[in-house]
Design a binder for this molecule. Structure first.
Ligand SMILES: CC(C)(COP(=O)(O)OP(=O)(O)OC[C@H]1O[C@@H](n2cnc3c(N)ncnc32)[C@H](O)[C@@H]1OP(=O)(O)O)[C@@H](O)C(=O)NCCC(=O)NCCS
Length: 197
């Protein structure tokens, strides 16, 4: 069962595997320039987990989509940049939009007020996501910059974050259970059993 949760440093290998499954064009769209496998891995290893908000969509323990919000500007940043990736077979089903929506709730609760999304002009899905999130979309020299202005945190945004956390716990448990069932049906030991053997 697919579910969204916050990612942390222990998910680094999942993130690397996710980016390795993207093709050249997807990575070009994500980073805005050509980038080698090793440069992607360097980038992921340099994520500042104390600052960045990173969420992923997981299914059977595998990361299929990821969103990263990186705050910038001052020591107590109010601005941030958002970047997003979803693997091809999982596209067009709202995964990208849901990842962004969830990440923006966390950003709002951390005092971020102004979130920028930059994409190439041909990137229609990203622009549609920005519009759906009430983003202001502007064209700048072949690139599109979208800005989403977030409200100040309040009881509703805090409640939404709490509900997201609860949904993530339920999702994680159900996903691990389903993955274990499949392993057992196939006669292979589950990942945890292998490490205990
Ligand atoms: C951008 C990206 C994350 C979108 O992921 P996704 O899960 O398909 O997004 P959604 O399912 O939420 O769809 C977003 C919108 O784009 C539309 N869309 C999807 N594929 C499309 C396509 N090929 N052409 C036009 N519109 C498309 C969807 O219909 C949806 O619009 P709607 O809500 O108005 O119907 C994904 O395409 C991707 O990873 N691209 C490569 C990396 C990238 O471009 N990142 C963004 C720059 S940081």
């Amino acid at each position: 069962m697919p579910f969204i949760r916050k990612l942390g440093p222990t998910d680094l290998n999942r993130l690397k595997d996710h980016f390795a499954r993207l093709d050249y064009n997807d990575r070009y769209l994500r980073f805005g320039h050509q980038i080698s496998d090793s440069a992607v891995n360097d980038y992921l290893e340099r994520i500042d987990w104390t600052q960045a908000i990173v969420l992923g969509q997981l299914e059977n323990g595998v990361l299929r989509g990821a969103v990263e919000i990186v705050p910038f500007g001052s020591s107590v940043p109010e601005k941030a940049e958002l970047a997003l990736t979803v693997e091809k077979p999982w596209r067009g089903a709202g995964v990208g939009r849901e990842l962004c929506r969830n990440a923006l709730i966390l950003a709002c609760n951390r005092g971020i007020h102004d979130v920028m999304m930059i994409c190439l002009a041909e990137n229609v899905p990203m622009q549609r996501i920005a519009r759906k999130l009430n983003g202001r979309v502007m064209r700048l020299d072949g690139e599109i910059e979208s800005r989403v202005i977030l409200p100040r945190p309040g009881p509703w945004s805090l409640l939404q974050e709490g509900l997201m956390g609860s949904a993530a716990i339920v999702g994680e448990v159900a996903d691990q259970w389903a993955t274990r069932q499949v392993s057992n049906e196939c006669g292979a030991p589950a990942a945890d059993d292998r490490s205990a053997a």
